[in-house]
Design a protein around this ligand. Structure first.
Ligand SMILES: Cc1ncc(COP(=O)(O)O)c(C=O)c1O
Length: 383
């Protein structure tokens, strides 16, 4: 007997490329430089704090917006990193990872028929969420140098534009927005009621002493923004799915209306642990240097191979062009790389609605132990 018919709300959406490549990596026992997570442990101190919180009995529901002590710690960190105040009472909410923060932000603001501008290549959770709530994801592309291009964004703005999604440092491109980009963005949005969703999960992975151009530094942007962060990315604990969002009071009130019926509240013992761990700025201030050394190690290796690396200014992703090795489409080449050469990476085309013709790019995650990177490089150099 056939089951009841479901009319899909996401008819064009399949399994994410991350799950597809994770399966191929595991089947072929490849070194997994695909999905974006570290292969080294979280700091023992942080793990002990979680255990201590559980043993101290912090195992029941947290308050809906998050523990005050954690929101206070976030306010202190934001003041230290970005020199601005935030209203921990009405302007900070703890979420089940950045993904839930993004989803809830879209749920709170997208009305049927609204357009939301998404910049391709884009992290793959934006467009489906926009579409679930009856919106249309309007795609523009980064410039040919994989950088934010204000003119392209400007050309996509129309009467139905409700919001724009930006991401810096950028996954998968590895480029960053700079002060001039933020000023151009502010000019673009001035005198409009377009909201901004700023995905800043890689805020602490910015190289060459560049300053992270957080929306929080720009009052005229901040007043219309949900700014999204991830503890998982900062503290090497992606599996914890812990994050937070900052927004002005009125926007956050709408966010919380959804949040309270979506998750209500987030993992209590981890909130206690993170609140205490964040008191020490050393736990987040050295991260860029830590990953810059890994980027350099991986880059030196890639230069010895037939892959051509693109500039990587932030995040823990390195793009590489394989055009000197093969003419195959990226999904085909990525699968063959994993199965025949034992290294798994993510093809770039799934990050686009309309991938550029002839693009031959893979994304490698270098948030890995040095031995993992060295072994992967050995294999890549043999191709
Ligand atoms: C750009 C970007 N945004 C959001 C997320 C999701 O973060 P979280 O694991 O905290 O949900 C990721 C994870 O890879 C990401 O790369």
């Amino acid at each position: 007997m056939p089951g009841p018919m479901i009319r899909s709300k996401l008819p064009d959406t399949g399994t994410t490329i991350f799950s597809v490549m994770a399966r191929i990596a595991s089947e072929s026992e490849a070194i997994d430089l695909g999905q974006g997570y570290p292969d080294f442990p979280v700091d023992e101190k942080l793990a002990s704090l979680v255990e201590a919180a559980m043993k101290a009995g912090h195992n029941q529901y947290a308050p809906m917006p998050g523990l005050p002590v954690l929101r206070g710690a976030i306010a202190a960190k934001v003041a230290r990193c970005y020199g601005v105040e935030c209203d921990m009472e009405h302007g900070v909410t703890i979420t089940a990872g950045a993904t839930q923060a993004l989803f809830t932000a879209f749920a709170a603001i997208v009305q049927p028929g609204d357009e939301v501008i998404v910049i391709d290549p884009s992290y793959d959770c934006y467009a489906p969420a926009i579409e679930l709530f009856g919106g249309r994801a309007v795609r523009v592309q980064l410039g040919p140098d994989m950088r934010f291009n204000a003119e392209r964004v400007s050309a996509a703005i129309g009467p139905r534009t409700r919001a724009l999604v930006i991401n810096t440092p950028h996954n998968p491109a590895g480029t960053i927005l700079r002060h001039d980009d933020m000023r151009a963005l502010a000019t673009l949005l001035r005198d409009t009621d377009i909201l901004l969703i700023s995905d800043e999960v890689y805020e602490h992975i910015v190289f060459e002493n560049e300053r992270h151009a957080s929306v929080l530094r720009y009052p005229d942007l901040r007043e219309r923004s949900f700014v999204v962060f991830s503890f998982g990315k900062v503290f090497h604990a992606t599996g914890w799915k812990m994050g937070y969002v900052l927004a002005p009071k009125a926007m956050m009130a709408e966010f919380r209306k959804v949040h309270q019926y979506n998750v209500f509240s987030v993992n209590t013992p981890m909130q206690h642990a993170l609140a205490e761990y964040m008191q020490d700025p050393d736990h987040y201030e050295g991260i860029s240097r830590f990953f810059e050394a890994k980027r350099d190690r991986f880059l030196i290796g890639l230069h010895a191979s037939r892959f051509t690396p693109l500039p990587c200014e932030g995040s823990y992703f390195q793009l590489a062009d394989y055009g000197r090795i093969s003419d195959e489409p990226d999904t085909v080449f990525a699968e063959r790389l994993a199965r025949e050469h034992g290294v798994s990476a993510i093809p770039l085309s799934p990050f686009y609605k309309d991938p550029p013709q002839g693009m031959r790019l893979l994304r490698f995650c270098f948030a890995k132990q040095d031995e993992t990177l060295d072994e992967a490089i050995d294999r890549l150099c043999e191709i």
